[in-house]
Design a protein around this ligand. Structure first.
Ligand SMILES: Cc1cc2nc3c(=O)[nH]c(=O)nc-3n(C[C@H](O)[C@H](O)[C@H](O)COP(=O)(O)OP(=O)(O)OC[C@H]3O[C@@H](n4cnc5c(N)ncnc54)[C@H](O)[C@@H]3O)c2cc1C
Length: 413
């Protein structure tokens, strides 16, 4: 571990945001020590494949690393794996580990991520219930979801639906149970959620919306998902995907402000100017939307990590990246750019067999979000143009938006 007296940039959390920050700090020319601390034992790895390739690949799937040990060594980044930071002493700028070791920091980045939300219903001992956040979680789910397995997924959000798609493609019999009136209520507009539902149903997945789970029982070695209506779904495995909660306990115990995550200003500083945060664990004000948001998205974690690195080194510009998210459902892609919210005016762009896009506009015609579902090539191209429109606060011609033959990029030239 680094000498306690050296001024290190210390990063707690070796996920997407923390690792991007560690690399960016060095690449920006910071000459001093960088310590990246992770409580998982593996080298930093990507989470998106956990619900996709890692569940499906026939050969033994390895985690997809964000960075190799050699690259960390080359960059002079000290990586402490299997290490948990348990407290922050802001009076002397030090963190304390679970083994009571202490480490001083010049600047501290909290990139502690999020953890799966759990169900507050009775769950009988011995029921086979899983959540998905880590590589170990994915490997445990992978072991069960083969041909003939009965899988019940509780929660019709991104992770639940990706697990459902992966399991169905491996021959499992899958039921998705969602309490809300439709799938993907939080961030996907209704018409696209409907297309995704149809895609799942064509692949043999049963989807029940507006259905509440009362408890999970065990009988004869199998789990039973019991609904409020008393109907029962037997399962070899129940995967719970009902959202994530930000890991804020460390920040909260240190007296940092919390508001739907660790509260940041637009330069990603916490309420302590020596401590910054990035990724799923934090909320920040976004100029485009004129409000505080928290994102659980891969690209945001990566870019926010890099932006927090710059801020820690004194280049504290506002973080203004347009939110972007993707999800794979079978061989199709879903992409969302901006924030899809109630009250926005939808304009449909019908790409036929290649997919569907919806643009969302404010009352004065500005594009604030777009969401598309279909083939990767077609959707990604249109979403990139939509992102440019959103960041430029562009007011497009509505007829052009709706015309699939019109090259929207030409509007921005
Ligand atoms: C299964 C799955 C699929 C996903 N698919 C997509 C997708 O298709 N598209 C997309 O845009 N996004 C996707 N995401 C979201 C994306 O992966 C996350 O937004 C991103 O990983 C967040 O990065 P992060 O660094 O903020 O947090 P994390 O990656 O969670 O990393 C935080 C790390 O900090 C560690 N930690 C926490 N507290 C401490 C402590 N006190 N001491 C030491 N270490 C600590 C945690 O254990 C963890 O390793 C997916 C997520 C999951 C789980």
């Amino acid at each position: 571990m680094s000498n306690e007296n050296e001024k290190a940039i210390v990063i707690v959390g070796a996920g997407e945001a923390g690792t991007a920050a560690a690399i960016a700090v060095r690449e920006a020319g910071w000459p001093g020590p960088i310590v990246l601390i992770g409580n998982e034992t593996l080298l930093p790895y990507e989470r998106p494949p956990l619900s996709k390739a890692i569940l499906i690949d026939e050969t033994n799937p390895e985690p997809k690393l964000i960075v190799t040990a050699e690259r960390l060594a080359e960059l002079g980044i000290e990586f402490l794996h299997g290490s948990e930071v348990v407290s922050i002493d802001r009076a002397v700028n030090m963190v304390t580990f679970s083994d009571r070791a202490r480490l001083g920091y010049h600047r501290l980045l909290l990139a502690t991520g999020a953890r799966p939300r759990t169900l507050s219903i009775p769950i009988a001992e011995g029921s086979k219930v899983a959540t998905l956040r880590t590589y170990e979680d994915a490997m445990a789910i992978r072991q069960t979801i083969g041909q003939g397995c009965e899988l019940v997924v509780i929660g019709g959000g991104f992770i639940g639906l990706e697990v459902a798609a992966s399991a169905a493609s491996k021959g499992a019999s899958v039921t998705v149970i969602e309490a809300g009136p439709r799938l993907l209520t939080r961030s996907v507009p209704a018409p696209i959620a409907e297309l995704i539902r149809a895609k799942h149903e064509r692949s043999g997945v049963r989807i029940e919306t507006g259905v509440v789970v009362a408890r999970i029982d065990v009988s004869e070695g199998r789990s039973n998902v019991v609904l409020a209506s008393d109907r029962t779904h037997p399962a070899d495995l129940v995967v719970v995907g009902v959202g994530a909660v930000p890991n804020v306990e460390l920040a909260h115990a240190a007296g940092l402000a919390i508001e739907n995550g660790i509260l940041l200003d637009e330069t990603l500083a916490t309420s302590d100017p020596f401590i910054f945060a990035a990724g799923d664990c934090c909320s920040f004000p976004h100029r485009l939307y004129d409000k505080r948001i928290r994102l659980e998205a891969w690209r945001n974690a990566q870019r926010q990590g890099a932006a927090a690195a710059a801020s820690m080194l004194g280049d504290n510009r506002p973080y203004e990246e347009v939110p972007w998210f993707w999800s794979d459902q079978y061989e199709e892609t879903l992409q969302i750019v901006g924030l899809c919210e109630e009250g926005q005016i939808p304009i449909q762009r019908d790409l036929g067999a290649k997919g569907q896009l919806f643009y969302y506009l404010t009352d004065d015609g500005r594009v604030v979000s777009a969401c598309g579902f279909g083939s990767l090539g077609a959707i990604a191209k249109e979403i990139r143009v939509a992102e440019m429109m959103i960041s430029r606060r562009f007011v497009p011609d509505v007829k052009a938006l709706a015309d699939p033959a019109f090259n929207l990029k030409s509007l921005l030239a």
